[in-house]
Design a protein around this ligand. Structure first.
Ligand code: IMP
Length: 422
C-alpha cells in the first residue's frame, strides 16, 4: 500500500504533521524530491521538531526512512539532523538510508545561487538559499556528484574536477577550489558509508510484501518547475509525477494520493499570490498561524483560500483525498473569504494561467464564508461548528475529493480523522 502525500498550494501546507498522522503502522516513509529547502514540522507534547531532509517518519518508532534518488542532499544539514535526532535518543542510524543515486549539494551550488539571485535584482525568486536550483542544474547537465561517488575516492576526484572545469573553476583559474570541495566531501564519507543504500531494493521488497509505504512530498504543486508560476518556482517536480520519478516506483503501485491544503494560503519569496490579504488582517493571520519559514524564518505572505488554484493542483495530481490544516487559525476572524474565480482584464478565468505575470494581474472573485469560533475542544468532525463544516464541504467540492484529515492545531493530537467524518 503506497500513500503519497503532497502539497497542493505553495508549500508549507503542514505536510510534516500529516505524514506523521499517516505514519502509524507504516513500514517505510520516503522523501522523494527537493532538498533542505523543505522544513517539515511536527509538534509532540509541546516539543517542536523541524526536519529538512530526514523523513518525518523518523519520529514514529519502528518506521524505516528513505531519502530517495530524486532528493538533493545537503550533507551539512543531513549530518546535523542525524546528530540532533540521535542526541534526542532516536535510533536514526538504524532507521535511515539515503539513496546512492541521490545528488549532493555543494557549497559551490549555494554560491552560484547567491550570484544568480543578486543578478536578478528586483525579479529575484527569493529562494531558500540552499543551493537547490544549481544542484538540480548540474544534475540535468550530467555534471552532478552523487552519494555513491563519495564511496569511491578516485571517481569522486574525477567528478569534482570535471564539475569545476565545466564551471570555469579548475585549479588553473581558481587555486584550491577543487581541493576545498574534496576536503568538504571527504568530511562526510563516514556518515554516508553508514547510511548509503540502493533504496530501490528496499522499496521493492516492501512493495512485494504489501507493506504500508508513505511518500512524503516536499514544497507544493504551485511551486512545481513545470506546472507552477515559472520562474517563481523551485527546481523540481513537486507533484505526484515528481514523487514517483524521485523514488522510482511505478504509478500503478500508488494506492492513494493525499493532497495537503491549508485553510488559507501562504507563499514565501517572490512570485504571484492573487489572494494576498490586506493589512491588518494579513499580519493577524501570520501571527496567529505562526507563518514564518521553518527553513529561513522569513515571514510568509498570507492569502485567502484560492479554490481555483486548489482545483488546478488537485486535478493535475489525481488527488484521491485531502488533508486540511490550520482550520484553527481562521477561527474567530471577523471575515473569511474564498476565491472562486479570477478577473484578468476583461476576461473571467476559472483556472491558473500559464504566465506568472498574468497570474499576478488576476483579481480574485471572492465569496464570503460564514465565520466559526474556537476549535480547541473539538474531538471529532461532528463537533466542528456548522460554519467550519460548510467551509470544508466547499473545499471538497472544488477539489473533487473527500477530506480525510482535518488539523485543528499544531500538536500531533489535534487532528480529526475521516472515520469520524459522519
Ligand atoms: P528554492 O527551492 O530554494 O530554489 O526556492 C524557490 C522558491 O520555492 C522560493 O519561493 C522558496 O521560498 C520556495 N520554497 C522552496 N522550498 C519551500 C518549502 O519547503 N516551503 C515553501 N516554499 C518553498
Amino acid at each position: 500500500m503506497v500513500i503519497a502525500v503532497l502539497g497542493v498550494q505553495w508549500g508549507d501546507e503542514g505536510k510534516g504533521k500529516i505524514v506523521d498522522a499517516l505514519c502509524e503502522n507504516a513500514h517505510l516513509v520516503v522523501r522523494c524530491q527537493g532538498g533542505a529547502n523543505a522544513g517539515h514540522t511536527v509538534v509532540i507534547d509541546g516539543s517542536k521538531r523541524v526536519l529538512h531532509l530526514v523523513p518525518s517518519g523518523i519520529l514514529t518508532d519502528g518506521t524505516y526512512c528513505l531519502i530517495a534518488d530524486g532528493v538533493v542532499v545537503d550533507l551539512d544539514v543531513l549530518h546535523a539532523e542525524i546528530e540532533n535526532l540521535a542526541n534526542a535518543g532516536i535510533d536514526v542510524w538504524k532507521r535511515l538510508a539515503v539513496s546512492k543515486r541521490a545528488h549532493v549539494v555543494l557549497p559551490l551550488h549555494r554560491e552560484i545561487e547567491s550570484i544568480h539571485e543578486e543578478a536578478r535584482g528586483k525579479a529575484r525568486i527569493g529562494t531558500t538559499g540552499r543551493g537547490i536550483g544549481p544542484c538540480y542544474s548540474d544534475k540535468a547537465s550530467r555534471l552532478g556528484i552523487r552519494i555513491c561517488d563519495l564511496l569511491e575516492p578516485k571517481r569522486l576526484a574525477d567528478r569534482v574536477k570535471a564539475l569545476y572545469r565545466a564551471h570555469g573553476l579548475d585549479d588553473r583559474r581558481s587555486a584550491g577550489s577543487v581541493e576545498a570541495a574534496m576536503a568538504y566531501l571527504e568530511g562526510f564519507t563516514e556518515t554516508i558509508r553508514r547510511i548509503a543504500a540502493d533504496t530501490h531494493a528496499i522499496l521493492f521488497q516492501a512493495l512485494e510484501a504489501n507493506k504500508r509505504i508513505v511518500l512524503e512530498g516536499s514544497q507544493g504543486f504551485l511551486l512545481d518547475i513545470d506546472h507552477g508560476s515559472y520562474p517563481y518556482v523551485t527546481s523540481c517536480n513537486t507533484g505526484i509525477h515528481g514523487l514517483l520519478a524521485g523514488c522510482g516506483i511505478p504509478p500503478s503501485a500508488v494506492t492513494s494520493i493525499v493532497g495537503v491544503a491549508k485553510a488559507y494560503v501562504t507563499r514565501v519569496g517572490g512570485g504571484p499570490l492573487p489572494t494576498e490579504m490586506e493589512e491588518p488582517i494579513q499580519t493577524e493571520v501570520r501571527q496567529k498561524g505562526e507563518e514564518f519559514g521553518a527553513t529561513t524564518g522569513r515571514p510568509r505572505r498570507c492569502g485567502w483560500l484560492d479554490l481555483v488554484a486548489l482545483r488546478y493542483a488537485c486535478r493535475a495530481n489525481g488527488v484521491t483525498s485531502l488533508a486540511v490544516t490550520k482550520m484553527d487559525t481562521l477561527a474567530g476572524l471577523d471575515t473569511v473569504k474564498v476565491c472562486v474565480g479570477y478577473d484578468y482584464g476583461a476576461q473571467s478565468l476559472d483556472t491558473v494561467p500559464a504566465e506568472a505575470e498574468a497570474l499576478g494581474e488576476c483579481n480574485p472573485k471572492y465569496e464570503t464564508a460564514e465565520v466559526w469560533g474556537d476549535l480547541s475542544g473539538v474531538q471529532c468532525f461532528g463537533d466542528l461548528p456548522s460554519e467550519a463544516r460548510s467551509y470544508l464541504r466547499a473545499i471538497e467540492h472544488w477539489a473533487g475529493a473527500e477530506i480525510e484529515l482535518v488539523s485543528t492545531g499544531p500538536e500531533r493530537r489535534s487532528i480529526l480523522r475521516a472515520k469520524q467524518l459522519t
